[in-house]
Design a protein around this ligand. Sequence first.
Ligand code: PBE
Length: 269
Amino acid sequence: SGAPNYSEEMDYTITGIEAGAGVVSSAQSAVEEYDSLNGWEVSTSSSGAMAQELTSAYENEEPIVVTGWTPHWKFAKFELKYLEDPKEVFGGEEEIKTMVRKGLEEDMPNAHKILDQFEWETGDMEKVMLEISEEGSSPEEAAKNWVESNSDKVEAWTKGAEKVDGKEIELVYVNWDSEIASTNVIGHVLQQQGFDVTMTALDNGPMWESVASGEADGMVAAWLPGTHGSQYEDHKDDLVDLGANLTGAKIGLVVPKYMDVDSIEDLQP
Ligand code: PBE
C-alpha cells in the first residue's frame, strides 16, 4: 500500500502493557502472523506507562502503536482508531464477566447475590475512568460519586440482599484502568452493604489462580471469550461463572487518527 513507513520512528515496537495481559499475548501473536510486523517487538511495562507514552507521542504528533482496549478513557481524551485486523488475531466483541470462588454462594449468599446482579454499561465504566484520569479523583472517590448518582442501578444490584455486619470479602483485580473502575465501584457497593472489603491488585495469572484456589472470593475482570480464554480454560472447573457484567468490550492495536494507516497490514517490516 501507499501508507507511509513509520516503523523506524517507532523502533519496530508496539507499546504494550503488563506482560500477563491478554492483549499483550494477542499482540505477540499478531507479530508472528502478520508479515507487515516481521521484526517487530511488543514492549511490556504497565498500563500507566503505556498511557504516558501515548500521551507524549500524541502531544508531539509522533507515530505510536499501543495495545488498546475499550472501555478506556483514552478514546475520550485523544482521537484514536483501532487498526483493522483482517486475520482476526484480536478476536471480536468481548464480554467482561464476573467469576467467584466455589462455595461463595453458601458461605456469603448476600455478597454472591450482589456480584451476580452486578452489570453496567460502557458509558458507566467510562464515567468512573474519566473522573480518575481527568479530574484526578482517587478510584475510591470516583466510585463513591458514581454510586451516589446511580442509585437506580445500585438498587437493582442489591435487590434481595440483606445487609451484613462486617463480614470480610476479598476481591482481586489487575491495575488496568477499566478494572480499577469496576472493582472500586462494586467494592464500594459491598462496603455500603456492611462488608469489610479488601481489594487486592495482582497480575492477570495470579488473579485467576487466587479465585480458582478459593484464596480470594471473586473478581469482575474476566475478559472473554478471547482475551482471557486460556486462563478460563485452565481454571473453569474450579470457578463459578456469574455471567457478563459488561458487554461490547474490545481489544486491538490502537493508533492516533493522524497516522495514515488503517490496517495492521499497512505497517511495514
Ligand atoms: N485489558 C483490560 C486486559 C483485560 C482488561 C484488555 C488490558 C487484558 O488484556 O488482559
